[in-house]
Write a protein that binds this ligand. Structure first.
Ligand code: CA
Length: 225
């Protein structure tokens, strides 16, 4: 898997190259913004590590240039410019992550791993058994049949499917499906999960808990296995 390191300081570039190569990544090194633009949009580049202070142009110009060329490659900015405004600007311009120099190599490595981890973003489809959820088109199929879901039902199902075999509390479901990080002490989760348990899914192997289990109100739920 090839990473493009955009860095004009040889000392840092060689440190990155040694460390990343030792962890199994192939490295290409761009010393200037122009080189980065030429190489960064290539299909074989899995991630770009981007310095901002480059000899010929600002790294943020490289970032916008890549995005204008339609490159969706993840970009991790690695810069001594660590002010919150710089971070926000970089992320707003399309960077995926931002790490300030000086940095711990282990943290950089963890961030690289996180960016390259295959996840729903890679395919847009979450799967659990015969349930398929396309998180981009918000289409759901169960056993090959399309299922019509409201926005909220989709979000709830996504929470269950995305956390197989995990018990999800009411609070966690509120956070994942409603975007609320507190429990407003309403029964909205019960209102949705209750009827859904008797809904279009077979009770035993559907995404919701079995309907004839114990009374689950007030206790965590989980997707039936
Ligand atoms: Ca630099």
């Amino acid at each position: 898997m090839k990473l493009l390191v955009v860095e004009d300081e040889e000392r840092i570039a060689s440190f990155l190259e040694k460390g990343l190569t030792a962890h199994g990544y192939a490295i290409e090194w761009a010393r200037t913004g122009a080189e980065a633009l030429r190489l960064g949009a290539g299909p074989e580049v899995a991630l770009v590590i981007l310095d901002l202070k480059l000899p010929d142009r600002d790294g943020l110009e490289v970032l916008t240039g890549l995005r204008e060329r339609g490159a969706t490659v993840p970009v991790l900015i690695l810069s001594a410019r660590a002010h919150v405004d710089d971070r926000v600007r970089g992320l707003d311009l399309g960077a995926d992550d931002y790490l300030a120099k000086p940095f711990a190599f282990t943290e950089l490595l963890a961030r690289v791993r996180a960016r390259l981890r295959p996840g729903p973003a890679a395919t847009g489809v979450l799967r659990a058994g015969d349930i398929h959820l396309d998180v981009l088109t918000r289409e759901a199929t169960i056993a090959g049949r399309a299922v019509s879901l409201s926005e909220r039902e989709f979000s709830l199902l996504r929470a269950f499917v995305g956390h197989p075999r995990q018990v999800l509390s009411r609070r966690e479901l509120l956070a994942m499906a409603w975007g609320m990080d507190f429990d407003p002490r309403t029964n909205r989760v019960d209102v949705y999960v209750g009827p859904a348990r008797d809904g279009p899914w077979p009770a035993r192997d559907g995404p919701w808990p079995a309907r004839d289990g114990e009374d689950l109100r007030g206790t965590p739920w989980r997707r039936a296995d």
